[in-house]
Design a binder for this molecule. Structure first.
Ligand SMILES: Cc1cc2nc3c(=O)[nH]c(=O)nc-3n(C[C@H](O)[C@H](O)[C@H](O)COP(=O)(O)OP(=O)(O)OC[C@H]3O[C@@H](n4cnc5c(N)ncnc54)[C@H](O)[C@@H]3O)c2cc1C
Length: 423
């Protein structure tokens, strides 16, 4: 049908694509499988929604891997972070920027963000159909012909694919778009977790779920199977770390999860925490020695008091091989060294799994080489436009992923509308 655009998936990318396509004069239908708009926006930022990342676009782009940054660059200049913020604040959202650049609502929540986005769709009279899972994009003679739902076939030569990734499957994102994109001629880069918690191989005492370590550096190491050494460092991240029932989570863990998940032999990746990241081995060593001189009668095991939560002290001491009876005055150099080594690299164990289902985003998806970054047009199938997490894009925590989804959605909607009207 001339002038009609169908957008599949009402997440961050699909909502903006539908709104912008309608602003451009197209007749727009937005199809969503669940009963809610923006289900992932609703759970984003712990329900608060880290809307975007503040600062110059070039700095925002630096957070992404190089090829991803190059790809989203034109879109992020077309729909900048401050334009996302303006869109929301002009309808009553109050936002603030944290010192690290993350933009959040002040008093309101992710619900209010979605409500405002919905009001934009209403103003543009977008035909929004909830509870409408799309089953397939129909491609005829190498071109998009429309979409098939359970109930009907919607003819349209211009379809925006915005079905997201496959993490948090209960939110509706179950990777539906990838087989359709593949059938339309696209390559799907293998999907892997990113920004995800990890499960560890736990041999000894259960982990202290709920306990956090503040401002540490978490490192992942890859040990060759025949080596007994600590292994080559493959990733590190500074920030907080949270113990869970089966492993670890928190900003540091999410930060290195993509690099860890990319290792073929996951069982050989180990994690360790530097508890004193601003100090060198030598300065910590000197600190321990002067503490021993000042406290000759105390047990060396008391040195780490306050460095970790009390409930973790025994685990730390066990890792350092320290018992209560080692007096500071008599502590052998080897015992001091082992304590320092543990403070600078506390081994947490081997990674069993990076948990994709609990990840904030997935890496992998439709290959970026096959989509025009200026327009979001498929380079494989005329009439198909792709945006958001269905593409092989995964930024770090910090509002980057919503920004990428909003920006690519903006461009996809605009192009689809113009193409649909022959402009
Ligand atoms: C717990 C969590 C917290 C997060 N926090 C943040 C944050 O604070 N800041 C940030 O920038 N990013 C955050 N993210 C990441 C961010 O939410 C995603 O990157 C972003 O939502 C991707 O947008 P999208 O539109 O591409 O996909 P989605 O938002 O996932 O939307 C895809 C939509 O398509 C629908 N759909 C799927 N299949 C079909 C089908 N067959 N038919 C019809 N509809 C379909 C889905 O139901 C869904 O509504 C978080 C993610 C999670 C899981």
């Amino acid at each position: 049908m001339q002038g009609r655009v169908v957008v599949v998936g009402a997440g961050a990318a699909g909502i903006i694509a539908a709104w912008n396509a309608s602003r451009e004069g197209a007749q727009v239908t937005l199809l969503e499988k669940t009963d809610r708009l923006g289900t992932k926006i609703l759970i984003s930022g712990g329900g608060k929604c880290n809307i975007t990342h503040d600062g110059p676009i070039e700095d925002v782009l630096k957070a992404f891997r190089k090829n991803e940054a190059l790809f989203i660059r034109p879109a992020c200049y077309r729909f900048r972070n401050y334009e996302v913020v303006d869109m929301l604040t002009s309808r009553g959202l109050e936002v603030y920027t944290r010192p690290d650049g993350r933009v959040f609502p002040v008093h309101q929540t992710a619900k209010d963000v979605v409500a405002i986005l919905e009001s934009y769709l209403q103003d543009e009279c977008v035909d929004v159909r909830m509870n409408t899972p799309v089953r397939r994009i129909r491609v005829t003679d190498g071109k998009v012909a429309g979409v098939e739902t359970d109930l009907a076939f919607l003819p349209s030569e211009h379809v925006v694919l915005a079905t997201g990734g496959s993490s948090y499957p209960k939110s509706g994102t179950t990777g539906d778009g990838w087989p359709w994109a593949r059938a339309a001629g696209h390559t799907i880069v293998p999907v892997r977790p990113a920004l995800a918690p990890m499960e560890l191989v736990v041999d000894g005492a259960p982990l202290k779920a709920g306990v956090a370590l503040r401002d540490t550096v978490l490192k992942a190491r890859l040990a060759p199977p025949d080596s007994h050494g600590p292994g080559r460092e493959i990733a590190r991240w500074r920030g907080d770390l949270l113990f869970t029932h089966r492993g670890v989570s928190g900003p540091t863990v999410l930060g290195i999860s993509r690099d860890v998940a990319e290792q073929e032999r996951l069982g050989t990746v180990t994690l360790e925490v530097d508890l004193l990241p601003d100090e060198t081995f030598e300065t910590v060593s000197a600190r321990v020695r002067s503490w021993c001189e000042a406290n000759p009668k105390k047990g060396l095991a008391r040195f780490p008091e306050g460095l970790v939560p009390a409930s973790l002290e025994d685990d730390l001491l066990a890792a350092a091989g320290l018992t209560e009876d080692v007096r500071a005055a008599q502590a052998a150099k080897r015992a001091v060294n082992r304590l320092v080594e543990t403070l600078k690299g506390w081994p947490l164990g081997k990674v069993r799994e990076v948990v994709l289902a609990k990840g904030e985003v997935v890496a992998g998806g439709v290959s970026l080489d096959e989509v025009d970054p200026q327009t979001m047009r498929s380079l494989r199938c005329p009439g198909l436009y792709l945006c958001g997490e269905v593409l092989d894009i995964a930024g770090p925590v910090g509002g980057y992923n919503l920004q990428a989804a909003f920006a690519t959605g903006f461009v996809a909607g605009e192009t689809a509308a113009r193409d649909a009207q022959g402009r």
